[in-house]
Design a protein around this ligand. Structure first.
Ligand code: C2O
Length: 537
């Protein structure tokens, strides 16, 4: 293993999309940002230098960060942000992980343009557990906003109403074929007939779950969230913000151009239909540039059956070499409701005296002004409390119609887990306002998705059908609209770990909380001391 040094200069860069130009916040001037490569067991040092008029922090989404929570990145959770003119070196070792992850800004809505791939190759000499591809390609799905995303969310917070949605979806930075801006070129993926490609697909969008498909070609899923799965061949995959999916694609045609489409699931984009689907082109070598493209029709936005087919087909590889280590006994049995609600708001400029909020167990998380990890490590009181409720405040009963009481309570609360305890967490969606899934992301851990269902979770009968043998292992899971998922994980990583909906609008509204894991006893049970350049608030 070796040390990989990277430098991330966070700079403004004028960028043109949809026929208009604006300055965007980038890493090293690139949108999407640079791909970071490492091997399993490598140590990664990334020096982030902030040259923009915003506070910045970067999260290495899905990296376990064993005992190195200071390098995790979420602003005001594990660190204070890097201020303009300042820098911070993220220093972490990649332990027991290989596959595709992503890095992204973890403050306000800067993730819209500050994101990129994190590719972790297996240790030298260790093959993939699937046929070696002829080539590998990173495919990042995201959004393009004509306006400044910081302004979009600030405006929404002041009005109390839902923020605007993006103006287009993108594949590797480009919307593709867009009728109202014909000069907008899309991403081209050159292929050779007969070759097989590993696509490392990442959804970095702020607010959109996306379907992904390629005309005339099947996708064999081999990995999700940097964990190997039993290969499954599908026409369409679904990928939520924060999730990653590796697929093998064989170029089994002789020649031609084939449409690649990324289209939204369960949302009502106010973008024109034609902007809502991002497109790219699979281009066989030897095919003339002006030859016609074989098209494909993306699933409709309400294609729940297509989504379910993908979700329920995923299983851990669970081989001798990569066993699924599902916790079989449970120390903490938790039930969290996740969802949207409405709170009174006297100062809101719109919304008839109320505002949209989101919560976990009816707690709307309020961001602290000192990082929780600092408060925890240095015993600073008054920053957060550890009385986050392990069960909903009143018995939740999903009926599909909004209950009369939607109100939540503000708080900066964490739930305490003892080191090496095992956790079963059922996330129950309240499905009250919007018909979206909530892609919930847990920092610091991978978890096993042992169960999933619609309606109310039943603690007596549902656990009987849990998969404790080969459930998919992930760091981000879609909680189905009006349904639930059950996850299990081992709390083997001391620190303060954020958990939140990866739809940025829901995070902003408060669908977030934190776990504290720290016994402060044995050498592995506590977090290491902070690096000397850790930013100050
Ligand atoms: Cu990818 Cu807390 O985020």
């Amino acid at each position: 293993c070796r040390v990989r040094n990277y430098k991330f200069n966070v700079v403004l860069r004028n960028t043109t999309r949809l026929c208009s130009t604006k300055p965007i916040v980038t890493v090293n001037g690139k949108f999407p940002g640079p791909t970071l490569y490492a091997r399993e067991d490598d140590t990664v040092l990334v020096k982030v230098v902030n040259h923009v008029p915003y506070n910045v922090s970067i999260h290495w989404h899905g990296v376990r960060q064993l005992r190195t929570g200071w390098a995790d990145g979420p602003a005001y959770i594990t660190q204070c942000p890097i201020q303009t003119g300042q820098s911070f070196v993220y220093n972490f070792t990649i332990t027991g992980q290989r596959g595709t992850l992503l890095w992204h800004a973890h403050i306000l809505w800067l993730r819209s343009t500050v994101h990129g791939a994190l590719v972790i190759l297996p240790k030298r000499g260790v093959p993939y557990p699937f046929p070696k591809p002829d080539d590998e390609v990173v495919v990042i799905l995201a959004e393009w906003w004509k306006s400044d995303t910081e302004a979009v969310i600030n405006e929404a917070l002041q009005s109390g109403l839902a923020p605007n949605v993006s103006d287009a979806h993108t594949i590797n930075g480009h919307p593709g074929q867009v009728a109202n801006c014909p000069s907008e070129g899309g991403f081209t993926l050159p292929v050779q007939s007969g070759n097989t490609y590993l696509l490392r697909i990442i959804n970095a969008a702020l607010n959109e779950e996306l379907f992904f498909k390629i005309a005339g070609h099947k996708l064999t899923v081999v990995e999700v969230d940097a964990t190997y799965v039993k290969p499954v061949k599908l026409d369409t995959i679904l990928i939520a913000p924060g999730q990653t999916t590796n697929v093998l694609v064989t170029a089994n045609q002789n020649s031609g151009k084939y449409l690649v489409a990324a289209s939204p699931f369960l949302d009502t984009p106010n973008v024109s239909v034609d902007n809502a689907t991002a497109t790219a082109t699979l281009h066989y070598s030897g095919t003339l540039a002006n030859s016609p493209t074989t098209l494909t029709i993306p699933p409709p936005t309400n294609a729940t059956a297509v989504a379910n087919k993908f979700i329920t087909s995923l299983r851990s590889l669970n081989s001798n070499k990569y066993p699924a280590k599902v916790p079989l006994k449970v120390d903490h049995k938790l039930l969290f409701t996740v969802g949207l609600g409405i709170n009174p708001c006297a100062t809101c400029k719109a919304g008839n005296g109320s505002r949209a909020v989101a919560s976990v167990n009816n707690v709307t998380f309020v961001m602290p002004t000192t990082a929780l990890l600092q408060a925890h490590f240095f015993n600073i009181s008054g920053v957060f409390t550890t009385d986050f409720p392990g069960q909903p405040p009143h018995v939740f009963n999903y009926t599909g119609t909004p209950p009369s009481v939607l109100q939540t309570k503000n708080g900066t609360k964490a739930y305490k887990l003892s080191y090496n305890s095992s956790v079963e967490l059922v996330l129950q969606d309240t499905g009250i306002i919007a018909p979206e899934n909530h892609p919930v992301h847990l920092h610091g851990f991978n978890f096993f998705a042992v169960g999933r269902g619609l309606g109310n979770y039943n603690p007596k009968t549902d656990p009987k059908s849990f998969n404790l043998v080969d459930p998919v292992e992930r760091n981000t899971i879609g909680v189905p609209s009006g349904g639930w998922v059950a996850i299990r994980f081992l709390a083997d990583n001391p620190g303060v770990w954020f958990m939140h909906c990866h739809l940025e609008v829901h995070t902003t509204w408060g669908l977030k909380m934190a776990f504290v894991v720290d016994n402060g006893k044995g050498p592995n049970e506590s977090i290491l001391p902070p690096p000397s350049d850790l930013p100050k608030c």
